[in-house]
Ligand binder design. Sequence first.
Ligand code: EPZ
Length: 417
Amino acid sequence: MNKLCIEGNKNLNGSVTISGSKNAALPILFMTILTEEKIKIKNVPINLTDINIALQLLVYLGVKVTYKKVLYIDPSAINIFYAPYYLIKKIRASIWILAPLLARFGKAKIFFPGGCKIGNRPIDLHLKGLIKLGATINLHNNCINASVKGRLQGKYILMEKISVGATITIMSAATLARGITVIDNAACEPEIIDIANFLNTIGANIVGAGSKKIYIKGVLKLTGGTHQVIPDRIETGTFLVAAAVSRGHIICHKTEPKHLKSVLIQLTQAGAKIKTGKDWITLDMRNKRPKALNICTSPYPGFPTDMQAQFALLNSISQGIGTITETVFENRFIYISELINMGAKIKLKNNTIICYGMPKLSSSNVFCSDLRASATLILAGCIAFGVTTVNKTYHLIRGYESFPEKLNKLGADIKTM
Ligand code: EPZ
């Protein structure tokens, strides 16, 4: 299953239904540790390996999990406050076990998390935030031992750097802390709003999520409740790029256009005709070659780093010379060597790539390096001359549900080898 064979030269046309957001569902799953009451979560992208690993971690802690179209979580019987290396190491999201265990039980022991190799992925901001709230943190042999006597204590915390993960860690810890916590210079991603909405549904008191300043008034206990996860904005953007690079026409259903403003602006500048409705987006690039773009990634509402690779492909086949500057992660251009193997003309200068648009790419034997690069190489295979083999596609199923199948419904010809 870790290899795909892709017949190129395709126009991708039709409709696709977007799954629930991986980057909202993962933290929300771990937030259930904060309460002892039953939770129901809808629109979870249950077929992702990252979600599966998160559920294995919850079950290891003693959480009861059942799935019948909706995820039923019962965290009442948690009796282990330690998570095993072999699971923790597989996903970045496992860091979000730490704060909820600490806030509810006063102790937690986990290892440094895993995640896509797009930089060294430190967790110093997570730990500094918890220490500010009164936690004692000991690090030894890659292991994090956290404890607090009684409850955490609310504080004003100014984030020295915008961090989605650390904002989530501190926000979750503060829900059960004594008094008020203010997170200043907080991340503003839609996923942060979704997590805050979930936490407020189960009795938390959070105001300002989605802005630079989040206020959390700690409560003694949280309750149960039901939540529906927001659509995946990065999956949506990836399918819009699929239609744009293949000169096709697509409608994305069950999505949220307002989460993709910066992406839609860029696609419009590339020449695409875009229409949006309450929960759908159409993109039309029929018979048009995209125009090259100059993009700089930045924290939300800026251009998302998780769409950087997909737009490098778009620039590689556009008219003119385009640039993409990566400001969030320090090593997120590994995939360009694979695009160059397919005939793309890309130069790397510090944290910027310069793309000299080519009319066509050619097939090759390429290797995936991370989640978003995997989707990009598959799209490259769909439009290149000839038959492309994409290897190490295990990265893909971490974050895209049925990606090859959804593309084949749009006219691609992708076979699993
Ligand atoms: C989340 O990663 C997402 N992952 C990433 O998506 C996404 O690219 C990223 O946010 C930015 O939007 C999940 O939600 C599981 P950060 P995270 O903390 O939380 C530095 C995907 O493809 N930093 O906002 O790890 C860090 O090194 C993935 O779905 C510290 O220095 O991102 C980076 O340079 C990839 N110290 C910057 O901050 C810390 O303690 C932003 O990282 C934490 C982060």
